[in-house]
Design a protein around this ligand. Structure first.
Ligand SMILES: NC(=O)c1ccc[n+]([C@@H]2O[C@H](COP(=O)([O-])OP(=O)(O)OC[C@H]3O[C@@H](n4cnc5c(N)ncnc54)[C@H](OP(=O)(O)O)[C@@H]3O)[C@@H](O)[C@H]2O)c1
Length: 242
């Protein structure tokens, strides 16, 4: 049934793109699990019947494990149609020639290791997952290298590493006989969120509202099937080069 209620999990849903996913999905009647780092009691409190919030900091393995355990308790291993690994950081500038060890690690922990380990623990918890969506970035494309992006070295490296890890995750799942989980990378476009509120040395072309980006991303994600697992898309449905 095309319009049947779907179940989504959005990891990193307090603000920006993640929050907008939750808002749009609830508005159309889907069931949503969301993770935030702050107080969960007031999160979409008026829509508690359809939205359950959990605490999760993706830079902490303990926090991820605790969240997955709490989710299993609540959801009893029922299928989740779409999981969106959205949490991400950009501490600007992060030039390779100036970056501290700690700043580089901060980007890798949040943008690469956290989302991959979170997805891994969800899969290993025995929750059937339809589609795993990793919110990547054009900055992480090796084939379409953005040489003009001064100050984006650690961020770009963390998203490029995310891309490689999720491609391996897709290939591993196929080798293990999982023919039902679709693994995708999605570039949401240039989106007017806190992350993009930067004084850059270049003009950002084509920046869109978070409403427009997320609405388009939902359509792209829903159009994919297991045959698409291990592919990279942008918000407007065009395939993105790795
Ligand atoms: N905006 C763009 O133009 C753009 C372009 C390409 C890709 N992206 C990607 O899109 C995703 C969302 O970005 P955004 O623009 O919506 O940024 P944002 O407004 O800064 O929101 C970032 C989200 O990630 C969460 N987060 C950060 N660190 C976390 C952690 N350790 N554990 C759990 N959650 C954490 C934040 O939670 P807190 O409120 O707790 O900090 C917040 O909900 C990111 O992966 C970003 O790289 C954005």
């Amino acid at each position: 049934m095309a319009n049947a209620q779907k179940t989504w999990l959005i990891v990193g849903a307090s603000r920006g793109i993640g929050h907008e996913f939750v808002r749009q999905l609830l508005a159309r009647g889907d069931r949503v699990y969301a993770t935030i780092r702050g107080d969960t009691t007031s999160y979409f409190a008026d829509q508690r019947h359809a939205c359950k919030a959990f605490h999760c900091d993706v830079t902490s393995e303990e926090s991820i494990s605790s969240f997955v355990s709490d989710l299993v308790t609540v959801n009893q291993r029922q299928a989740i149609d779409y999981v969106v690994l959205n949490a991400g950081v950009l501490r600007y500038p992060n030039r390779a020639t100036e970056l501290s060890f700690a700043d580089f690690a901060f980007h890798l922990h949040t943008n690469t290791i956290g989302p991959i380990i979170c997805a891994q623990k969800l899969l290993n918890a025995g929750i059937p997952i339809g589609t795993l969506v990793f919110i990547s970035s054009d900055s992480g494309s090796a084939q379409r290298f953005n040489e003009f992006e001064d100050g984006f070295a650690a961020y770009a490296a963390s998203k490029a590493a995310l891309n490689q890890a999720l491609r391996h995750m897709a290939a591993e799942l196929k080798r293990k006989g999982n023919t039902t989980t679709t693994v995708l990378a999605v570039h949401p476009g240039e989106v007017a969120t806190d992350m993009a509120n930067l004084d850059l040395g270049w003009d950002v072309v084509g920046q869109m509202s978070v409403e427009e980006s997320v609405g388009a991303c939902i359509g792209v994600v829903e159009s994919k099937t297991p045959a698409d697992s291990g592919s990279f898309w942008q918000w407007d449905g065009q395939r993105f080069p790795w």
